[in-house]
Design a protein around this ligand. Structure first.
Ligand code: TMP
Length: 262
């Protein structure tokens, strides 16, 4: 597999072409951004952890029948993925109210939702990824009724599977964001899960202490982001006890590991 030219660079990842037109390479950077790029940093080791965690989750989802773009991990920072046409919508699933939902609607932080709540945001950085309704999606042809029906079903399946997977290792899946893409498989149009699933795109709280193990550590200046991500990886069995990771210690917020605005 030959790595070709850069096709696209996002805030946390780069996509490279390969010598096969249906496959591309996804490279995980250490860059972290929040609040639509207003807060920026470079956190050493984040990309490597997200590459491994996303590989683990997408492989497991594939095993339970959720088709996705992951093909194989190539190295510490890169994975081979299927080339898809990304649907320009960020699909958010929430189990517990926090983040923008609480700010937008005044719902108390930590409220457990009776049913998972699906939200749609337009994938457009210039507009700050605004919340949209299904009516907007159909009015502007961002996806068809059939596609949204299929995706919603898949979102519930992904949520059920991931909630169970994380609960089994003492973590609450609070919410997450995923993306989907269009692809032709054996001449048939299909919609598959794409992008990444990692602590950058999920909110993960320790079951007992509700300590945050995700990108909120960066968003809210809590420090120790890498320790949080490593803890997720360790509990999922990706990093093993014998590896030389320090046990997680959430003391005062520090900026350790965070090299500002590099
Ligand atoms: P929010 O509460 O800020 O709307 O975030 C909801 C979920 O979506 C949370 O798990 C973080 C994730 N997310 C992304 O992955 N990318 C984004 O650009 C945003 C705004 C949220």
């Amino acid at each position: 597999m030959k790595k070709g030219k850069k096709l696209y660079e996002g805030k946390a990842k780069i996509i490279f072409a390969t010598n096969q037109k249906d496959l591309v390479i996804q490279h995980f950077k250490d860059d972290a951004t929040a609040f639509n790029n207003q807060k920026k940093s470079n956190i050493e080791g984040k990309g490597v952890l997200n590459n491994r965690i996303s590989e683990h989750i997408l492989t497991n989802l594939s095993d339970v029948g959720v088709k996705n773009h992951f093909v194989k991990r190539l190295n510490m920072r890169e994975q081979l993925i299927k080339f898809v046409e990304i649907i320009p919508i960020e699909f958010i699933v929430r189990n517990i109210a926090t983040g923008s939902l609480t700010k937008r609607l005044g719902i108390e932080d930590g409220t457990v939702l009776e049913n998972p709540l699906i939200e749609y945001c337009l994938k457009n950085d210039d507009l700050g990824d605004p919340l949209i309704s299904k009516e907007h999606i159909f009015a502007f042809d961002w996806a068809t009724t059939k596609e949204i029906e299929k995706i919603n079903k898949s979102l519930y399946r992904i949520n059920d599977f991931m909630s169970g997977m994380f609960r089994g290792v003492g973590i609450k899946l609070v919410d997450f964001k995923v993306e989907f893409g269009r692809i032709k498989i054996n001449g048939k149009n299909e919609i598959i899960l794409a992008d990444e699933i990692s602590p950058d795109t999920c909110r993960l709280w320790d079951n007992k202490t509700e300590k945050k193990l995700d990108k909120d550590r960066f968003r809210n200046n809590l420090g120790n982001l890498i320790q949080g991500y490593k803890e997720v990886a360790r509990r999922l069995g990706i990093l093993h006890e014998q590896s030389n990771i320090r046990p997680i210690k959430f003391t005062k917020p520090t900026e350790v590991n965070i090299k500002k605005n590099r």
